[in-house]
Design a protein around this ligand. Structure first.
Ligand SMILES: NC(=O)C1=CN([C@@H]2O[C@H](COP(=O)(O)OP(=O)(O)OC[C@H]3O[C@@H](n4cnc5c(N)ncnc54)[C@H](OP(=O)(O)O)[C@@H]3O)[C@@H](O)[C@H]2O)C=CC1
Ligand SMILES: CC(=O)C(=O)O
Ligand SMILES: [Mg+2]
Length: 761
């Protein structure tokens, strides 16, 4: 790890430069605001602004509750910090905390569809901070306080809770306490411990630590069995140095003075302090089957590797996503607020916190169904030492935790708008999540577990070199950079790229010993298509796509990625000369358009110019197959300019015929058409055709021809604010992906990872 850090590389496989690039690329930061209503015409303006806006103003003045009907308040949470305890980095100030706060806002949206904005308040004065926040109530449905140091955070939260009529929740206190408690419930049960007799040490006596031990004591831990430590050591009764009333409340009569003495024989240790605070000797001195939650971020008090080097009976959790058992408040705050907002809770109380902790603990014990296994890299996890808590991408979180929170709010009398049918609520919650993020995470994890050699055919290009390095750094496997070595080194030198690093190999096509084998292979395939031996020789010697594809064909690489120096069709022709399609399949391109929390697959965006009806039906089958693999239940719409025969026309005839062909096959997914894009995607418009066989908006769109596919996906990207991934090539028997000539480094890495993923299956 030391070497990684010297190289500016974080253990998770992200370099400092990558982290900076990620944040600065495109529009700087991680958030933007988009309107939810059109502002196109004079009439829109009259409605949205003056004079129309006066009407909801008067309605809200007459009845404040209607603010939830006429404004975004009900789904809006502010993430507020003064930057005095940023992760485990300490007091770096309000401005420096902004990346974390933007990140929390994005997580609210990503995981629970809660809209959120970050507010950094530049004062360390408690009263000033309170006075700033207390007047913001009308803007928000809830306040999430973040990374404010103890003991200030206790005073701030308590005061704001008293004076504001919306939920105020200090995430580092209660979010962390809820997750730690959930994990602890399960770890205690796995090690057969009774919480009344378990001895626990908590290192750190700040925001997170105090809240954690308060919650676990409320769950039944005996006060005399819990020792709290801080930078001065054990917090014992009578200590005066570095104390405050919150620490004093947990001081115990004991002769132990140091963390090492406190941990001797302890059953559980919670780390909510700083990197490296636990030594191996301390861990060695703990009781059999110790429970170690090293939760400091970004680096834990001790790493799982360091623990496993000295004992094999421990249950270890950290705050990080790159180890098993991530005990991190991201598992809590999005769902806590989702449930609280949905019942318009006036506060977040103990009952709601305990309900969330219990629901999380229960979730880790429940069987993992097929469609959820994907979030766990396809490995169905079993409740045990390496799985005491669900992962953040577990799709069940959104439909279970908010329900438990909402129910507890209703039962404890703080819900202003109770939900009558909680089952229906759970179903509505499921619809809020889009599986694509979980799917990509799953794909990446699967590749990390089974790393693959991917040849980057355009290895002389600087952005391809950077993508290859990122591929290797992320643990996806070995990146084979193809090109002339002298050219690659020249470019690398000029661009400041270091190619001499692990898992990067330069493949010098000019002097390769495999040239003859590739030429023979290619000649055997092409000799009856008008190619002479020397034509094959020329292709291998001079064309990187042919060389790379032959590497894949003959097993010298597991997959390939290309595309930035040649147009798509040319690259596809090159590859097709060297590789076959999978028997019984059709090679097509599928683009994934991610827009406003929803993903649609669009096909065929790469191969068939003007597909016949038969070809359209096969495109639908391939695209539906990919949709399934990505975690969707496919609903396929055959798009045209007409809908179910109107207006009639020759061009739509072909699309109608494709539907008829599928009707004659045994098909296990929903499909219908022909229809316009509005009918396919908008349930209100679809409702005008009650006979339509799709049970909801389509998530797979089969385009009538490549021009409409290409034009519409590019317009979505340029005008609609969509992120478009792909086209992904489907149907080849070997993993190959072609990026567009405008691809950025991250697009190339994503496509390389997708090629590697295919190589693993
Ligand atoms: N995994 C998760 O979800 C979360 C993890 N955390 C992590 O917990 C840690 C604390 O955060 P937070 O409570 O918000 O911060 P605070 O500033 O409120 O508290 C920090 C506490 O840690 C103590 N401390 C710092 N260094 C050491 C050390 N080497 N040995 C013993 N005690 C130490 C401080 O002691 P003193 O009082 O003497 O100054 C203080 O009590 C951070 O690393 C943070 O990343 C926090 C929230 C969530
Ligand atoms: C996770 C988090 O909130 C923290 O480390 O502060
Ligand atoms: Mg925090």
């Amino acid at each position: 790890m030391e070497n990684n850090e010297k190289a500016g590389r974080k253990p998770a496989g992200v370099t400092d430069q990558e982290a900076l690039d990620f944040h600065s690329r495109g529009r700087p930061g991680k958030l933007e605001i988009t309107p939810t209503k059109p502002m196109a015409t004079q009439r829109d303006l009259s409605l949205a602004y003056s004079p129309g806006v006066a009407v909801p103003v008067k309605a809200i003045a007459a009845d404040p509750a209607t603010a939830y009907d006429y404004t975004a308040r009900g789904n809006m949470v502010a993430v507020i910090s003064n930057g005095t305890a940023i992760l485990g980095l300490g007091n770096l100030g309000a401005l420096a905390s902004k990346p974390v706060m933007e990140g929390k806002s994005v997580l609210f949206k990503r995981f629970a569809d809660v809209d959120s904005i970050d507010l950094e308040v530049d004062t360390e004065n408690v009263d000033e901070f309170i006075n700033c926040v207390r007047f913001l109530g009308p803007s928000f449905g809830g306040i999430n306080l973040e990374d404010i140091k103890a003991p200030d955070c206790f005073i701030i939260e308590q005061k704001l809770r008293e004076i504001m009529d919306i939920p105020v929740f200090h995430d580092d206190q209660h979010g962390t306490a809820i997750i730690a408690t959930a994990g602890l419930i399960n770890a205690l049960s796995l090690t057969g411990r009774d919480l009344k007799t378990t001895r626990l040490v908590c290192n750190g006596a700040g925001a997170a630590a105090i809240a954690c031990i308060e919650l676990i004591k409320a769950m039944g831990f005996a006060s005399e069995n819990v020792i709290l430590c801080d930078t001065k050591g054990v917090i014992y009764q009578g200590r005066t140095e570095g104390m405050n009333q919150w620490k004093s409340a947990h001081a115990v009569p004991t002769d132990r003075r140091t963390l090492a003495e406190a941990m001797d024989g302890a059953d559980v240790v919670l780390g909510l302090s700083a990197k490296g605070a636990f030594s191996t000797d301390m861990i060695r001195s703990m009781a059999p089957r110790p429970i170690i939650f090293a939760m400091a971020n970004p680096d834990p008090e001790i790493t799982p590797e360091e623990v496993s080097a000295i004992r094999d009976d421990a249950i270890v959790a950290t705050g990080r996503s790159d180890y098993p058992n991530q005990v991190n408040n991201v598992l809590c705050f999005p769902y806590m607020f989702r449930g609280a907002l949905d019942v318009r809770a006036t506060t977040i109380n103990e009952a709601m916190k305990i309900a969330a902790a219990q629901a999380l603990a229960d979730l880790a014990r429940a069987d993992v169904p097929d469609d959820v296994a994907a979030a766990y890299q396809g490995n169905r996890p079993r409740f045990g030492a390496n799985y005491i808590i669900p992962v953040p991408f577990d799709p069940r979180l959104i439909s279970s935790i908010p329900v438990a929170v909402a129910k507890a709010a209703m039962d404890s009398g703080v819900a202003q708008r109770p939900i009558a049918d909680l089952d229906r609520y759970a179903r509505q919650l499921s619809a809020r999540r889009d599986p694509i993020a979980a799917t990509l995470a799953t794909i990446h994890e699967r590749v990390r577990r089974s790393p693959q050699r991917i040849v980057f055919a355009e290895g002389e290009e600087a952005q391809v070199m950077r993508a290859a390095i990122s591929y290797a750094n992320q643990g996806f496997g070995t990146a084979l950079l193809l090109g002339r070595e002298d050219r690659m080194r020249e470019t690398a030198e000029r661009e400041g790229i270091d190619l001499d690093r692990p898992n990067i190999q330069l493949v010098n096509a000019r002097i390769s010993t495999r040239t003859a084998a590739y030429t023979d292979y290619l000649y055997a395939r092409l000799q009856r298509q008008g190619f002479l031996f020397r034509d094959a020789q020329r292709l291998i010697n001079h064309d990187r796509n042919h060389f790379a594809a032959c590497m894949v064909a003959l097993g010298d690489a597991d997959g390939m990625v290309t595309g930035i120096t040649r147009n798509y069709a040319t690259a596809l022709d090159d590859v097709s000369r060297c590789l076959d399609k999978k028997p019984g399949h059709r090679v097509i391109g599928v683009s994934l358009a991610l827009c406003r929390g929803r993903t649609v697959l669009v096909a065929d965006t790469a191969v068939h110019d003007m597909p016949s009806a038969e070809e359209l039906s096969e495109i639908a089958i391939e695209a539906a197959g990919l949709a399934r693999k990505l975690g969707y239940v496919p609903r396929v719409a055959f798009l045209a300019y007409s809908t179910f025969g109107h207006p009639s026309g020759e061009r739509s005839q072909r699309v109608r015929e494709a539907v008829r062909i599928l009707d004659g096959k045994r098909i296990d997914f929903e499909y219908d058409g022909e229809m316009g894009a509005d009918v396919a995607l908008n349930p209100d418009v679809m409702a005008q055709y009650p006979f339509c066989r799709l049970s909801g908006p389509a998530n797979v769109l089969v385009m009538p021809a490549i021009h409409s596919a290409s034009i519409s996906t590019k317009m979505l990207e340029q005008l609609g604010g969509s992120t478009v991934i792909g086209p992904l090539l489907v149907g080849f028997d070997k993993p190959v992906q072609i990026v567009s000539m405008a691809a950025r480094e991250s697009d190339i890495v994503n496509m390389a990872a997708l090629a590697a993923y295919k190589a693993t299956s």
